[in-house]
Design a protein around this ligand. Structure first.
Ligand code: FAD
Length: 465
C-alpha cells in the first residue's frame, strides 16, 4: 500500500503501455488502493486487441468459410460459388476493434486509472516525460510490448509486417510469407483460405520450432494438401519491384518468385528504443529484453517490467498473469509467483494446433523415456464431405509415474480441446485418470481418453541413434 511518503510523487504507480499486461496491472493496482496512471501512445488494448490475437482470430474465421462451403455438398447443400470482399472483412474487423478500444477505455476509467494518450519515456527511476509533461511516480511499470522485426536484405522495404496485414488496401492475388513461427504459419493459413496463392518460406528444416515434431510434420503435410506452397531451407536474398508493382523475390537456391505481397514474420523485438532505460538504470539482456527478477523488478529498484518486453513467454494470458502478480504482490502484500510450466497454447493454423506440456523431444530429454500414444484419423465431419484433412492426437506418458506429460492435437477446435485438458494436466492427471474418464461420443476429443495401447516408447538412447 502507498504510505504518506509516496504522496510526494504524482502517482503511486505509472504504467507505460496500455496493452494486455499494462491494463490489467493498472486496474488491479488501483483496485488495491494505489493511485495509478497509464500512458498509451498508439492503441488501447495493445498488440493483442489491435494487431494480434483478436483481429487475427477474426481473419481465421473468415478463412475457414471456403472449407465449410466445399464441405456442404456432401451434406446435400447446393451453395453457389463463394465470392469474397476484402474491404468488408477488414472494415468489419476494424469496427469491432474500435468497440474493444472503447471497452478498454471504460475499464480503465471505471477502475479510477488516469489515462494519458501519449508516449511516455523515462527521465530517471521516478520521473517520466509524458507527451512533454513531467510526471513522477513512486513506482514505474514498463509494459511496452514488442514490435515486428524487419529484415535488411536488398528490397526488404517492399515487404510488409504483421501490423500492416490488418489494414491492407487490397488483398493480393499472390503472397509470400517469410518466417516459420506461429504468426507466419497463421498468416499463411489466412491468406490461403481467403483465396490468395500463398508460398511460405522458412530458413530451417521444419517450421514451428519448439512444437512437437509429429505436430509440425502433420501440419506441414495438411497445409501442402490444401495447396500452400511450403518451402523449407529457403530464404529471400533480395527483392526487386517492377513498374507494374509486381515483386520479384530472389530465393536462396537461385529461383525467382513473382508475387504481389511479401509478409515478413521473422520474430519480434522489445519496444524499448528511446525509452530512457539507461537514464533510469534499467538493464537489458543480449536480445534487448528488460532483465527482471521473480517479482518483475528491474535493475532499478523502483522500476518493474512485464509482458513481451521481458521476453519470457510472449502470450497475452502470460502478460496478464504477470500483471496480476505484480499488482497483488506490490499493492496487496501478497507473494504470488507466476508458474511458467505447462502453459497451454494454440496455433490458429489451418488446421489448428492445441498443445500443453512437453514435446516428445523435451519429454525424452527430461525423463529418459516416455510412452507415446498417437492417432491420426479423418474426423467424422470429413467423411460425408470427402474432405481429406486428417487430425492428429498425441499423448506422452512418463512410464514410472504414469503422468501425462504432453498432450498435442492438430485438428478442428484443437485450441478449445487443449484448454479443457490443460486443467486435468495441471492437476497432475495420470494416464489411468484419462482412461477412467468416459468419452463424449462422437467427438474427436474422446480419442484422448480412449487410446489404450502405446504406439511406441521413445527413449533417449534411441533418440540419439
Ligand atoms: P502489448 O500488448 O504489445 O502492449 C504494449 C503497449 O504499449 C502498446 O499498446 C504500445 O503502443 C504501448 N507503448 C509502447 N511504448 C510506449 C511508450 N513509450 N509510451 C506509451 N505507450 C507505449 N498472444 C496470444 O496469447 N494468443 C494469440 O493468438 C496471439 N496472437 C498474436 C498474433 C500476432 C500477429 C501478434 C503480433 C501477437 C500475438 N499474440 C498472441 C501475442 C500477444 O499479442 C502479446 O503477447 C501481448 O499483446 C503482450 O502484451 P504486452 O502487455 O506485453 O504488450
Amino acid at each position: 500500500m502507498s504510505d504518506t511518503a509516496s504522496h510526494s510523487y504524482d502517482y503511486d504507480l505509472f504504467v507505460i503501455g496500455a496493452g494486455s499486461g499494462g491494463v490489467r496491472a493498472a486496474r488491479m493496482s488501483s483496485a488495491n488502493g494505489a493511485r495509478v496512471a497509464i500512458a498509451e501512445e498508439r492503441f488501447l488494448g495493445g498488440t493483442c486487441v489491435n494487431v494480434g490475437c483478436v483481429p487475427k482470430k477474426l481473419f481465421t474465421y473468415a478463412a475457414h468459410v471456403p472449407d465449410e462451403v466445399k464441405d456442404a455438398a456432401g451434406y446435400g447443400w447446393t451453395v453457389g460459388a463463394p465470392r469474397f470482399d476484402w474491404p468488408t472483412l477488414r472494415d468489419n474487423k476494424t469496427a469491432e476493434i474500435e468497440r474493444l478500444n472503447g471497452i478498454y477505455e471504460k475499464l480503465l476509467s471505471n477502475a479510477g486509472v488516469t489515462l494519458y494518450n501519449a508516449r511516455a519515456t523515462l527521465v530517471d527511476a521516478h520521473t517520466l516525460d509524458v507527451g512533454g509533461e513531467t510526471v513522477t511516480a513512486e513506482r514505474i511499470l514498463i509494459a511496452v510490448g514488442g514490435r515486428p522485426n524487419r529484415p535488411s536484405e536488398p528490397g526488404a522495404e517492399y515487404g510488409v509486417v504483421s501490423d500492416d496485414m490488418f489494414y491492407l488496401d487490397e488483398l493480393p492475388k499472390r503472397a509470400i510469407v517469410a518466417g516459420g513461427g506461429y504468426i507466419a504459419v497463421e498468416f499463411a493459413g489466412i491468406l490461403h483460405g481467403l483465396g490468395v496463392e500463398t508460398t511460405q518460406l522458412y530458413r530451417g528444416d521444419m517450421f514451428l520450432r519448439g512444437f512437437d515434431d509429429d505436430v509440425r510434420a502433420h501440419l506441414a503435410e495438411e497445409m501442402r494438401k490444401k495447396g500452400v506452397d511450403l518451402r523449407f531451407n529457403t530464404i529471400i536474398e533480395k527483392t526487386e519491384k517492377r513498374e507494374d508493382g509486381t515483386l520479384v523475390a530472389h530465393l536462396s537456391g537461385g529461383e525467382t518468385l513473382e508475387t504481389d505481397l511479401i509478409l515478413y514474420a521473422i520474430g519480434r523485438s522489445p519496444n524499448t528504443d528511446g525509452l530512457g532505460l539507461e537514464a533510469a538504470g534499467v538493464e537489458t539482456d543480449a536480445k534487448g529484453a528488460i532483465k527482471v527478477d521473480d517479482d518483475y523488478r528491474t535493475t532499478a529498484s523502483s522500476v518493474y517490467a512485464i509482458g513481451d518486453v521481458i521476453d519470457r513467454v510472449q502470450l497475452t494470458p502470460v502478460a496478464i498473469g504477470e500483471g496480476m502478480v505484480f499488482a497483488f504482490n506490490t499493492f496487496a502484500g501478497q507473494s504470488r509467483k507466476m508458474d511458467y510450466r505447462d502453459i497451454p497454447s494454440a496455433v490458429f493454423s489451418h488446421p489448428p494446433i492445441g498443445s500443453v506440456g512437453l514435446s516428445e523431444a523435451e519429454a525424452v530429454a527430461e525423463y529418459g523415456a516416455v510412452d507415446v500414444y498417437q492417432a491420426s484419423f479423418r474426423p467424422m465431419k470429413n467423411t460425408l464431405s470427402g474432405n481429406q484433412e486428417k487430425a492428429l492426437m498425441k499423448l506422452l506418458v512418463e512410464p514410472k509415474s504414469d503422468r501425462v506429460v504432453g498432450l498435442h492435437m492438430v485438428g478442428p477446435e484443437a485450441g478449445e480441446i487443449a484448454q479443457g485438458f490443460a486443467v486435468a494436466f495441471r492437476a497432475g492427471a495420470t494416464k489411468a485418470d484419462f482412461d477412467s474418464t468416459v468419452g463424449i461420443h462422437p467427438t474427436s476429443a474422446e480419442e484422448f481418453v480412449t487410446m489404450r495401447e502405446p504406439t511406441r516408447r521413445a527413449e533417449a538412447s534411441k533418440a540419439a541413434e
